[in-house]
Write a protein that binds this ligand. Structure first.
Ligand SMILES: Cc1cc2nc3c(=O)[nH]c(=O)nc-3n(C[C@H](O)[C@H](O)[C@H](O)COP(=O)(O)O)c2cc1C
Ligand code: SF4
Length: 670
């Protein structure tokens, strides 16, 4: 089977078909398993229309390999023990594959994937903090010590692989993958850091791979040659005592020698620390490609290598294939940001591609979301349709009455409101007082390692041109101006302004500046900088780093114990590493009270005692922002517009995803 459309020459490898065991995969683009929890709250843990719309959109968009979401398997809990839930993992008494209706739901999903010419590969997973090879925490980040598995536990787990494999076969899956990477139970057997056993399941590479080889043997006995079989494995551990690239090669060689596998899906890193398997924007594309190259070199051609890790650009994917790094390329977040991207490449519509910016909001939402069940949905910062696919099918329709819409402010919320309203047939005038579109995102993109954020702005600029949105730059949208313009509807996406903390003596001093002004190049600072932070996200470390790389000596004074508490665990290690490399110091638990020459006074957040630090040339404030809703309140009810909307941070400063989603929602409503 080959791709229906001829691929452009420069992407000929990416769009060539490949045989993986018994299955033909129409191109090399893979959605590796990613579990944002896209099934609706009423699904009872089964695949439903929300799940199907979310993943099949990628198949429809041209992705050939659909890894969809992981299958958590059940654990050998002792009688009376509660199920254990950790961030991103669980030790379950009952797994979804045991529920009635599971096979039918999976079959429907497989049919939908096949109808789009793609293959459905499922991942079998034991991911929890309760069981491990030995009593060493699998996730270094948490202080949870697992129960060391007995022969009986291992036998139980082997049975779960067998039972789940039977269901996959019955449901018409194309392939199975044992999850042996990340913080899974099999990973705990592979790693010399966590496997301290002295029985046959531990010791050297032979012993440590036995768990995986046994699981593969049992699964193969069920599926025969009908399904492709492989494993997902971490190419190199970034933890004390963990395996290195050479030890990884040895283990994979031993596993492949069994002749049981058709593919190896390799990524690098843990869910924390320097190397994270969901690499944020600070990392180079395919930074750990050597892991793919190593096993591609070692293994027979019949075993295909799938590599992933921040490949968001088709040309990088093509290069990886050309360089013999791998045979298949994971482009998972690339497909979240733009499920249609493969077809856009095929159709020569590269300018329309919305590239993943590496902000990691998707994985953050999947793992750390504080929203209660019914409200938790998959999220992408730049693709507002994510998690709303079913709703969009109903609402993304041509507008019944075409209107003239004025959108004031071309930050992310305004850009999305303008784009979606235009796509629905409205005539849109987008008015921006600055010289460029982008709003706060223009600032964010100026921080080191965040330049990829500009990709979203290139996308938006291309869309403005493609859709014929009337863009007015360097224009102040006063009420009088709008009266002359005569729009039917006005959308106020007027953004927010950098906030100063209340009740700080000396806050008006010339050596006190806003972090946003530093990024914008509007404020200069001296050599020794006190950065006062009331921000829990990326702004504080990003501004500190932007200053430090310019040779400033930066100390962060943060309002509470730890900076970056809202940063996802996959990005946090990298962010902190960069601060460490730039000698940025951090003082936690202080509230700014006074700036007096080179002295900066704080009040302890814990005891209320005064703490004074001296020798600072400048104080930089990073304290979030306040909504700029003045225009909205002026226009609302006082002017003859049909409706005035308030969107994005002009309503409430939050994250990028909230801004784009709010803008898009208004674009759908008008
Ligand atoms: C929301 C989300 C959930 C994920 N869940 C899983 C999972 O269940 N199993 C897994 O092996 N990898 C999971 N991953 C990791 C991805 O498969 C992939 O390796 C990672 O996103 C890096 O590839 P990319 O740069 O192409 O996105 C997840 C990633 C995301 C973004
Ligand atoms: S949320 Fe961010 S990292 Fe995730 S897919 Fe969207 S742009 Fe990429």
């Amino acid at each position: 089977m080959s791709s229906e459309k001829a691929a452009p020459k420069e992407f000929s490898r990416l769009f060539s078909p490949i045989q993986v065991g018994p299955i033909t995969v129409k191109n090399r683009i893979c959605e590796t398993t990613n579990s944002p929890g896209s099934a609706g709250p009423e699904s009872g843990g089964l695949i439903d229309e929300h799940f199907t719309e979310h993943h099949v959109a990628k198949a429809r968009g041209g992705t050939a390999w659909i890894g969809s979401e992981t299958w958590p398997l059940n654990s050998p809990l002792p009688p009376g023990a509660e199920q254990e839930f950790g961030e991103g993992g669980a030790a379950l008494a009952f797994a979804p594959y045991m529920f009635p209706g599971f096979v039918d739901a999976v079959r429907k999903f497989c049919d939908a994937v096949h109808a789009e010419g793609a293959v459905a590969i499922f991942q079998l997973t034991h991911l929890n903090n309760a069981f491990g090879a030995s009593t060493v925490p699998t996730v270094e980040l948490y202080d949870l010590v697992p129960h060391a598995m007995t022969e009986e536990h291992i036998e139980f787990v082997m049975d779960t692989y067998v039972e789940a494999a039977k269901k996959a076969l019955e449901a018409g899956a194309d392939g199975l993958e044992i999850h042996c990477a990340h913080e899974t139970v099999p990973q705990s057997f592979l790693s010399p850091a966590t496997n301290k056993r002295d029985d046959k399941w531990g010791g050297d590479a032979e012993g440590r791979t036995l768990f995986v080889r046994e699981a593969l043997t049992r699964i193969r006995a069920v599926i025969g040659d009908k399904l492709a079989l492989g494993l997902r494995i971490n190419g190199e551990e970034s933890r004390q005592g963990g395996y290195d690239l050479l030890q990884f090669r040895e283990m994979v060689y031993i596993i492949a020698e069994t002749g049981l596998i058709d593919f190896v899906n390799v990524d690098v890193g843990h869910c924390w620390g320097r190397h994270a398997y969901v690499p944020p924007s600070y990392h180079n594309p395919a930074e750990h490609r050597e892991a793919g190259k190593a096993i591609r070199t070692d293994l027979p051609e019949s075993v295909k290598i799938l590599f992933s890790g921040r490949v968001n650009e088709p040309i990088v994917a093509e290069e990886l294939l050309a360089a013999g790094i791998c045979d298949l390329v994971g482009m998972t977040r690339a497909g979240i940001a733009d499920p249609e991207f493969p077809n856009k490449i095929l159709e020569g519509r590269l300018l329309e591609m919305r590239r993943c910016i590496g902000c990691n909001r998707c994985i953050s939402e999947a793992v750390h979301s504080k929203k209660p069940g019914p409200f938790k949905r998959p999220v992408c910062s730049i693709n507002p349709e994510i998690g709303q696919e079913v709703l969009w099918k109903e609402t993304f329709k041509p507008a019944e009455v075409k209107k003239h819409v004025a959108v004031i402010g071309a930050g992310p919320a305004g850009l999305e409101a303008a784009r979606i309203a235009t796509l629905r047939g409205h005539r849109v005038t987008l008015i921006e007082k600055g010289r460029k579109v982008g709003g706060q995102l223009l600032l964010a993109a100026k921080a080191p390692g965040r330049d990829s954020f500009e990709d979203y702005l290139y996308f938006s600029e291309n869309e403005i041109e493609r859709l014929g949105i009337d863009l007015m730059l360097e224009t102040e949208a006063t009420p009088e101006f709008l009266l002359e313009l005569k729009p039917d509807v006005v959308v106020c996406s007027t953004g927010s302004e950098a906030r100063s903390p209340a009740e700080v003596e000396g806050a008006e001093s010339s050596n006190v500046v806003q972090g946003w002004d530093v990024l914008a190049g509007k404020a200069t600072v001296g050599d020794k900088v006190a950065l006062y932070s009331e921000d829990d996200y990326f702004e504080t470390p990003n501004i500190a780093e932007a200053l430090a790389v310019k040779g400033k000596q930066v100390t962060i004074f943060h309002k509470w114990a730890q900076i970056g508490k809202e940063i996802d665990r996959y990005s946090f290690g990298t962010v902190m590493k960069r601060l460490e490399e730039n000698n940025v110091e951090i003082v936690g638990g202080v509230r700014l009270s006074k700036v007096d020459g080179d002295k900066v006074h704080f009040i302890s957040a814990y005891s209320g005692a005064e703490r004074v630090f001296e020798g600072f040339d400048s104080v930089v404030l990073v304290c979030g922002s306040t909504p700029n809703a003045d225009l909205y309140y002026k226009l609302k009810d006082n002017y003859p517009f049909e409706k005035v909307y308030l969107v994005g941070s002009a309503w409430l400063p939050r994250r990028l995803a909230e801004a784009t989603k709010h803008g898009a929602t208004i674009g759908l409503e008008i």
